[in-house]
Design a protein around this ligand. Structure first.
Ligand code: PEP
Ligand code: MN
Length: 262
């Protein structure tokens, strides 16, 4: 169970030696979508040089509009594997269908996005694998519901779960979502699972990523996931919230200072 009562010790999730939880901090970085080999390889090299611990990139994209870029799909997964071969960074990518599980065999961390947080059949199937699952909070879900989704994966046999707060929907429109940072200490009280924060989707605005990454670190998050693009203005998805590699490096430096201070 995810419940702290049954496991008072903090869980440490180990992805090929990269650890998350109980004092181990991870930084997942990369573009919203994998767009080409040049794009993903260039970003992977740059975020690695700045200290990222894992590479993210969407291949199957759950877009609001069917007319928007839907991702490179299986080819996108291949390009992620190529970027991993070059940089050695473990890769994180989102799954949107139970039918795709076999395609994700070589992926290090499978992301379940906000839109699928309550896709219970998908959660149960992922519970039968031994993959690390990055479970993102749905944008209209309570913390209790979030924990129950983790419970679905765990009760099917897979305890390798990292939770991710990524903002919830409120009446506010200046930001894409309202980042619920109180979820971090609250979840740490309720569960032994590691909790990371996504300040990119949590705000939808590149200039808010640095302060929110800092705040997430200060309130005890076990890591961050940040969208980074080599040319945010031309990104095929989420350019408005994507950092340049230089901006990302600046965020990492500040996060590291805060980590030393707390
Ligand atoms: C993403 O990480 O690119 C994504 C789609 O996130 P979320 O599910 O949190 O919207
Ligand atoms: Mn995105």
């Amino acid at each position: 169970s995810a419940n702290r009562k049954f496991n008072p010790k903090n869980s440490v999730i180990d992805v090929k030696g990269t650890k998350c939880g109980d004092g181990n901090f991870i930084v997942i970085a990369g573009p919203c979508s994998v767009e080409s080999e040049e794009q993903i390889v260039e970003i992977a090299k740059k975020v690695k040089a700045s200290g990222a611990s894992m590479l993210r990139g969407g291949a199957f994209k759950p877009r609001t509009s069917p007319y928007d870029f839907q991702g490179l799909k299986a080819e996108g997964l291949e390009l992620l594997l190529k970027a991993r071969e070059i940089t050695n960074l473990p890769i994180v990518t989102e799954i949107v269908s139970i039918n795709h599980i076999p395609l994700f065999e070589d992926v290090d961390v499978i992301q379940v996005g906000a839109r699928n947080m309550q896709n219970f059949e998908l959660l149960k199937e992922l519970g039968k694998t031994n993959k690390t699952i990055l479970l993102k909070r749905g944008f209209a879900n309570t913390i209790k519901e979030f924990l129950m989704s983790a419970e679905y994966i765990m009760s099917s046999g897979n305890e390798n779960i990292i939770l991710c707060e990524r903002g919830i929907r409120t009446f506010e429109t200046y930001t894409r979502n309202t980042l619920d940072l109180s979820a971090v200490p609250l979840l740490h009280n309720l569960t032994h699972l590691p909790v990371i924060v996504d300040p990119s989707h949590g705000t939808g605005r590149a200039n808010l990523v640095k302060p929110m990454a800092a705040a997430a670190t200060a309130c005890g998050a076990d890591g961050l996931t940040i969208e980074v693009h080599n040319n945010p203005k031309e990104a095929l998805s989420d350019g408005e919230q994507s950092l340049t590699p230089e901006e990302f490096e600046d965020v990492i430096k500040q996060v590291n200072k805060i980590r030393e201070a707390i």
